[in-house]
Each structure stands twice: as C-alpha cells, then as structure tokens.
Write a protein that binds this ligand. Structure first.
Ligand SMILES: C[S@@+](CC[C@H](N)C(=O)[O-])C[C@H]1O[C@@H](n2cnc3c(N)ncnc32)[C@H](O)[C@@H]1O
Length: 209
C-alpha cells in the first residue's frame, strides 16, 4: 500500500503515466466549455484538479483515502484557499458540467449503478462523465496467467477480478453502459478499432440524457 506522497512522486515522474495523464487531461479539457465546472471523482493527490484550475475550471474533488486527500490538500493548498479547488464528501454536494475519473477509479467499484444515479443529481443537462478505466482487452497483459484465465469470463460475463485482494475489477464497456442507463448514455470509447487491444486504459465518455 503506498502513501499519497509515494503515489504522487511516481505519477509525476513515470513517463508512461505522465503521457497517459496528458492524453486524458487534453480530452477532458477539449470536451469542456470555457469556465465549465468539474468534479474530479477519486481525485487522488489533486494532479488533475490543479491542471483543470490552471485552465479556468473550478474543480470539486472527492477522494476517500485520507492519505491521498492529505497530499491533495498540500499540493493544491493555494487553489483551495482561493476557492478554485473545493473538497466535497461522498454525498457529492455540487453541480457541475463534467465529472472526470482518471486512472482506474471506476475499477474499484464493482457495481456502478448507484454511483451513476448519484452523478445524475450532480451533472447538469447535456453534461458529461469521462472515465479512464483499465482495459480488459489489453494484449500487453496477455503475458499474465490471470489475464488468460479470465478471458472466458470477459467474453461471457463482461467482467472479471471479483474477490481479488487488490479489490480491482475489470469490465467490458457494456457493463458501465448498462449501469449508467437511463441517466447517462455511453457516447464513445477511446480508442476504437484495433487500438483497443494495444492501450492499457480505455477512456469512456458518457453524456447526461
Ligand atoms: C489510481 S488512483 C487515481 C487517482 C487520481 N484520479 C489520479 O488521476 O491520480 C485511484 C483512486 O480511486 C480512489 N477510490 C477508490 N475507491 C473509490 C470509491 N469507491 N469512490 C471514489 N474514489 C475511490 C482511490 O482512493 C484512489 O485515489
């Protein structure tokens, strides 16, 4: 188990993670109107929140881990003092145009039905959710026996990884699409086509109906 500080160091220095984060942030920012309010759900140490504020978006953050949240409070202290980063609790008391959930936050939540219902009270009409989730089809994981063992589960049930120690669940996009209905529509999955086999994360874009 790493502390918020260790997580922060790693994610700001690992080239792969920095490149992935850039791609996610670029997409989130391109999808958001100027000045749109954002909720960063599972905000970690506040790396994305700080970047969104720098681009003019007030950013609400929800982070359940005390260690991660403690580091967020340090890293974003100026933005918090200015009211540009606003920490919220699990009730998510805010109204926003976009929810972001970067780096596998949804993979911690086996059934997301209640979560999408909660988001429906938070996201304004026409608003969006952008989530980066572990890609269950990623061929780079085919070297692991757990990946090969679970292929059939993925094809048949659209998910695997229940009751693992890590608490991480992997799922095909159709599962969160179903959990989101009728509040949100899964509008796009990035990347599409063959790229879907080659990327460690998928970006799921949901639109408020
Ligand atoms: C890999 S970290 C990603 C953190 C951050 N989004 C980032 O981009 O660095 C996954 C985060 O999900 C959070 N998390 C775990 N379970 C959660 C839940 N049920 N609701 C919200 N966040 C959760 C963890 O505390 C952790 O901060």
């Amino acid at each position: 188990m790493h502390t918020g500080e260790q997580y922060h160091e790693f994610f700001l220095t690992s080239r792969r993670e920095v490149a992935l984060r850039d791609r996610f942030q670029q997409r989130a920012l391109a999808l958001s109107a100027p000045g749109a309010d954002v909720l960063d759900f599972g905000a970690g140490t506040g790396i994305d929140a700080k970047a969104y504020v720098a681009k003019g978006h007030r950013t609400y953050v929800y982070e359940p881990s005390p260690s991660m949240r403690g580091h967020l409070e340090l890293y974003c202290r100026d933005e918090i003092a200015a009211g540009e980063v606003v920490i919220v609790d699990a009730d998510l008391p805010c109204r926003v145009d976009a929810v972001t959930a970067n780096f596998a936050v949804f993979n911690h939540i086996p059934d997301q039905t209640a979560l999408f219902a909660r988001f429906s009270t938070v996201v304004r009409p026409g608003g969006l959710i952008l989530a980066s989730v572990l890609n269950p089809y990623f061929l780079g994981d085919a070297k692991y026996s757990w990946w090969r063992k679970n292929l059939w589960n993925l094809v048949r049930h659209g998910r695997y990884g229940f009751a693992t120690e890590s608490g991480i669940h992997r799922f095909a996009p159709r599962l969160p699409a179903r959990a989101a209905h009728p509040h949100f529509l899964l509008e796009r999955v990035f990347p599409g086509g063959v790229g879907r086999l080659l990327e460690p994360y998928l970006f799921l874009l949901f639109r408020r109906t």
